[in-house]
Design a binder for this molecule. Structure first.
Ligand SMILES: [Zn+2]
Ligand SMILES: [Zn+2]
Length: 331
């Protein structure tokens, strides 16, 4: 599988072996204590995260019953607890690495389980994190579950699993989104996932065309296992060893699904794609939002995050820009 551009090695030297997590924030990896101590650029974000984590602990003490946390939405002071969680979640965004994304995922799933009131905002964010972690099957499974099975969620069961790789096919038709309400960010994540798959299959086509004639089939198959970024493609025997013609058929199918998702998103939020392309410029420098929640803020935060996902999947920004231009020219 092709590596993700999100760093996962030591925050100083990039080494990927025998890592320890920063003792302060538990979100930045280091190869040694020396490198952790010497990493000045990390210290401000690290201290902020530690301070905010203490706020969670303080707020938590107010409504813990024995070892069991009770549903926060029943408590007037749950706002403080959830705000503290959001604040930690946002401050983790300042630490750019895989481990920090994993910590954000932990916070998001915890928040999802903790409060029914907050669940729609936190559920919006979860597939985007999974996509950026290349946990593509889980990303799709979560969206599919939220759209079709959410009513079965057991809000009072803290052990109820929200993440799983349930047997759903990410290549399947997206027609089921045509009915009922949709979460725009879920639609976007599925669109981005499908674009990721298209780009991967196109790369397989390119590698087959350019080196396929010069090397034996076994060597080509081996090379092709390293070409895709998505584990869905790299694990698929049908795609890696499949025929050139069948791959084109799949690309055409996925492209028509992306167009449908594009239109569904446009009809739910007519400025979405234009804003997504605009936000791209300042996305890396954008400071995290303070934890003020309401539709506009959530939308802005999620747009910035989706931008990061686009940038981290090479080729996606150009693909979407071409799609926006094609639709504009038909208006
Ligand atoms: Zn190091
Ligand atoms: Zn730290």
């Amino acid at each position: 599988m092709a590596p993700s551009p999100v760093p996962s090695g030591c925050g100083v030297c990039g080494m990927a072996k025998q890592l320890i997590l920063c003792t302060g924030c538990q979100a930045m990896p280091y190869c040694s204590q020396e490198h952790q101590d010497s990493h000045e650029a990390h210290k401000t974000a690290c201290h902020d995260i530690q301070d905010l984590k203490r706020r969670i602990e303080m707020a938590q003490l107010q409504f813990q019953h024995g070892n069991r946390l009770v549903r926060y939405s029943l408590f007037a002071n749950s706002r403080q607890y959830m705000d503290a969680h959001w604040a930690v979640f946002n401050s983790l965004g300042r630490v750019h690495c895989v481990q920090s994304l994993e910590a954000q995922l932990d916070h998001a799933t915890h928040m999802l389980k903790s409060s029914f009131m907050e669940s729609f905002d936190t559920a919006s964010i979860i597939p985007e994190i999974l996509l950026r972690l290349d946990r593509d099957q889980e990303c799709y499974a979560f969206v599919r579950w939220w759209k079709t099975k959410q009513k079965q969620y057991q809000w009072d069961n803290a052990d109820f699993p929200v993440l799983s790789s349930i047997e759903v096919d990410p290549l399947e038709s997206v027609a089921y989104f045509g009915k009922g309400r949709n979460d725009v960010f879920h639609l976007t994540c599925v669109a981005l996932l499908k674009v990721k798959l298209i780009l991967d299959v196109l790369r397989l086509q390119q590698s087959t065309r350019t080196i396929g004639l010069r090397v034996p089939k076994e060597i080509l198959d081996l090379i092709n296992t390293y070409v895709p970024r998505s584990p869905i493609v790299s694990a698929s025997r049908d795609l890696i060893y499949g025929s050139y013609k069948n791959r084109w058929i799949l690309i055409a199918k996925l492209e028509s699904q992306v167009k449908l998702l594009y239109q569904l998103i446009l009809s739910a939020d007519k400025n979405f794609w234009d804003d997504l392309m605009k936000t791209k410029q300042d996305l890396i420098r954008a400071s995290p939002d303070p934890p003020v929640w309401g539709h506009t803020e959530v939308r802005a935060l999620l747009l910035r995050r989706v931008c990061s996902a686009c940038v981290e999947i090479p080729g996606t920004v150009d693909y979407i820009r071409a799609l926006v231009m094609a639709v504009d020219s038909r208006r």
